[in-house]
Design a protein around this ligand. Structure first.
Ligand code: K7E
Ligand code: CUA
Ligand code: CA
Length: 649
């Protein structure tokens, strides 16, 4: 540690816990590895925590100690040929994709393109993917929050849903084929951030927060009149992917979650100030969490108490302060994560600029909405002090909560009931342990922790900085996801796992829920390529048998099969300027025998897994010989698996 690095933060009095000022935030020695980080931690928030709980800085480890004893296999070890116990569904952040990992090995298994383009799969290239992406799809997306559909508060293995903050979209991924099958643009709002699914009775609704306030309609009016900006909470029907309704709110919307009874959803707001600059967004000591009364909103929509905006037919109800549809619970300060506890009783809001988490009891919302509770702050049942920069909370199903502390680079384990008792005036040591993580954690997630089945086995800390933990690879560093064993009394750090930019969130699902549902070979009747099959039928083509060229004026349809190591056509001829549609059906039905179709110098590649049909449409604008070749190594004669497109000048 470098003693010369001075901590610039003001000295708080012993036992003092307070929110950070904007100036303090600006001068935070928050950079990982900066020795001042530890100094800051010691002199500020922890000064209070020591008094409150007698705990300091976890195990005091700067380096991960491996859980395994010498000579023993580490507990995250999965032997060659053995399968992981859990699936991890990982956000790909600004990569726009979803990633599937195995846990506890943390091995990446595959990537599912969602908002991004993928040349490997042909996502953004094939007609099938363009039907999902839409005609004018943007170059990528920013996927933060993947969540699986639930039935009665349990994962049901049907769908995954995810947000795109960059493009104001929500996507659905089919779990049986792990393909994105729907992407919708959310109207009237900008930047979908927090996203969660209805738990009871099932999903049901997908709840989506729009983070940024904008003029509505956003057509050039009220450009620099922030008072007229607004944002909305959106409920999407997960079965149809149509938007059910939107709720106009005060402030902005960040993260969201819902209860286990199907009555309420809740969202954090960090910009209750309605500011458009950093200092302004930190002006108030408290922002809030807004609770949405789902039944009342549905009734209002049914009764016609809504408006529509512009061309959108989506019913918009007014949920601003004073509305009977919402409850605004004041929360310190610029809160971020909002997580429902798996016992169904509470949601926990992370204070971000306040060293606290706020525990709100769902049932107090009943009291508020039926008039018995007047002050929404009365819904707060605990506000434990945890450390600097609380962002997200996970649960183990044994009454403990785990909160990431971004600024402290720690995971705080605390006991919910003890925190409630403490808030009620009984002094308790609710803080159980602090574990150093490396570095700057954002989300965390526990195995099954967002369901009734929270099993308290694994916790992942998704750290934004990796700094010195891995071999240097240039100025852009990998993120660092750390696996933590939470099965015992103490959290134990088990593994460091570098990841490409930038996972925000993940979920951890036991393999039992998934394995029987996942297809290993395509079903020829699959809806994903049904439109292509129907079109072929109109041309009199049976895709599994025929390899044939059909010309309709300037449109040319090239149908062929693929079977290792041969395409159904060795060549086909078109004229310059023709619109060519190549449709390929992989008639191999052996697991893992995938073919590709790459058209050289045409920027086209696509994948056909066993029994899959893929198609691509392009203009043959370059005359000459263009070889097409297989891009998945399928056979000893894979290199010979090729043919010619002859384009007449
Ligand atoms: Cu869920 Cu990163 Cu979008 Cu928190 S957000 S870290
Ligand atoms: Cu087919 Cu390689
Ligand atoms: Ca604020």
């Amino acid at each position: 540690m470098n003693d010369k690095t001075k901590d610039q933060s003001p000295e708080p009095k012993a036992g003092e816990i307070r929110a950070l000022t904007p100036e303090e935030v600006a001068s935070l020695p928050g950079q990982p590895g900066n020795p001042a980080r530890r100094n800051f931690m010691r002199t500020s928030a922890l000064a209070g925590l020591v008094g409150a709980s007698g705990l300091i800085g976890g195990l005091g480890l700067d380096r991960a100690a491996h859980a395994a004893e010498p000579g023993k296999m580490p507990e995250d070890y999965v032997a060659p040929g053995h399968l992981d116990e859990y699936y991890g569904f990982w956000s790909g952040g600004q990569s726009g994709e979803l990633r599937i990992l195995g846990l506890p090995s943390m091995r990446e298994l595959i990537r599912v393109p969602v908002f991004n383009r993928s040349f490997a799969i042909g996502w953004g290239i094939t007609n099938e993917s363009k039907r999902v992406l839409g005609k004018d799809f943007p170059p990528g997306g920013d996927l933060h929050h993947p969540h699986m559909s639930q039935t009665h508060g349990r994962y049901d293995g049907r769908y995954l849903f995810a947000n795109d903050k960059a493009g104001t979209r929500v996507a659905r991924i089919r779990c049986d084929i792990m393909r994105t099958d729907k992407i919708i643009k959310i109207p009237n709002v900008q930047a979908i951030h927090g996203l969660r699914v209805q738990r009871e009775p099932r999903t049901g609704y997908v709840f989506a927060n729009a983070e940024f306030r904008i003029p509505v309609p956003n057509d050039g009016r009220d450009l620099d009149d922030p008072k007229k900006y607004q944002t909305m909470f959106t409920a999407i029907d997960g079965d149809t992917m149509e938007i059910a309704w939107q709720v106009l709110v005060d402030g902005n919307l960040d993260n969201t979650d819902c209860d286990y009874e199907g009555k309420y959803a809740a969202s954090t707001c960090y910009n209750g100030e309605d500011a458009v600059d950093l200092a302004g967004m930190m002006r108030s000591e408290r922002d809030w969490a807004v609770v949405f009364n789902i039944k009342r909103i549905e009734e209002a929509v049914k009764a016609g108490k809504f408006k529509t905006i512009g061309k959108s037919k989506v019913p918009v109800v007014d949920g601003r302060h004073g509305s009977p549809l919402t409850m605004y619970v004041p929360i310190p300060k610029n809160p971020h994560g909002l997580n429902a506890s798996p016992d169904g009783k509470y949601f926990v809001v992370a204070g971000k600029l306040s060293p606290t988490c706020t525990v709100v009891e769902w049932s107090k919302a009943d009291a508020y909405f039926n008039g018995k509770l007047k002050d929404p702050r009365g819904a707060v049942v605990a506000e434990p002090q945890l450390g600097l920069g609380p962002l997200h909370t996970a649960f183990d199903g044994r009454g403990n909560a785990y909160t990431t502390l971004f600024i402290d680079s720690q995971m705080a384990k605390w006991h919910i009931q003890d925190a409630i008792d403490d808030y009620a005036g009984k002094k308790t040591n609710y803080l159980r342990q602090k574990l150093d993580v490396a570095y700057q954690p954002g989300h965390n997630h526990s195995s099954l922790g967002e369901t009734r089945d929270a099993d308290g086995r694994w916790l992942v800390s998704l750290n934004k900085f990796s700094k010195d933990r891995y071999l240097p690879v240039g100025p852009l560093h990998p993120d660092s996801d750390q696996l933590i064993d939470i099965s015992g009394d103490q959290m134990v750090l088990v593994a460091d796992c570098p990841v490409f930019s930038e996972p925000h969130d993940c979920i951890i699902v036991p393999r039992q829920i998934m394995m029987s549902k996942i297809k290993r070979i395509w079903d020829r009747k699959d809806a994903f390529f049904a439109e292509t099959v129907a079109q072929a039928k109109q041309h009199g083509i049976t895709l599994e048998k025929d390899s044939k060229v059909i010309r309709q004026g300037k449109k040319v349809f090239v149908y062929m099969t693929s079977s290792a190591p041969k395409y159904g056509l060795d060549s086909f001829k078109v004229k310059k300027g023709d619109e060519v549609t190549v449709v390929i059906t992989n008639i191999d039905d052996i697991e893992d025998l995938t073919h590709g179709f790459c058209l050289t110098d045409y920027g086209i590649n696509m994948e056909m897994s066993p029994q899959e049909t893929s198609s691509v449409t392009f203009i043959a604008d370059k005359p000459g010989v263009h070889w097409y070749y297989c891009t998945f190594f399928c056979h000893a004669l894979h290199l010979e698996m090729r043919g010619r497109m002859l384009v007449e000048a």
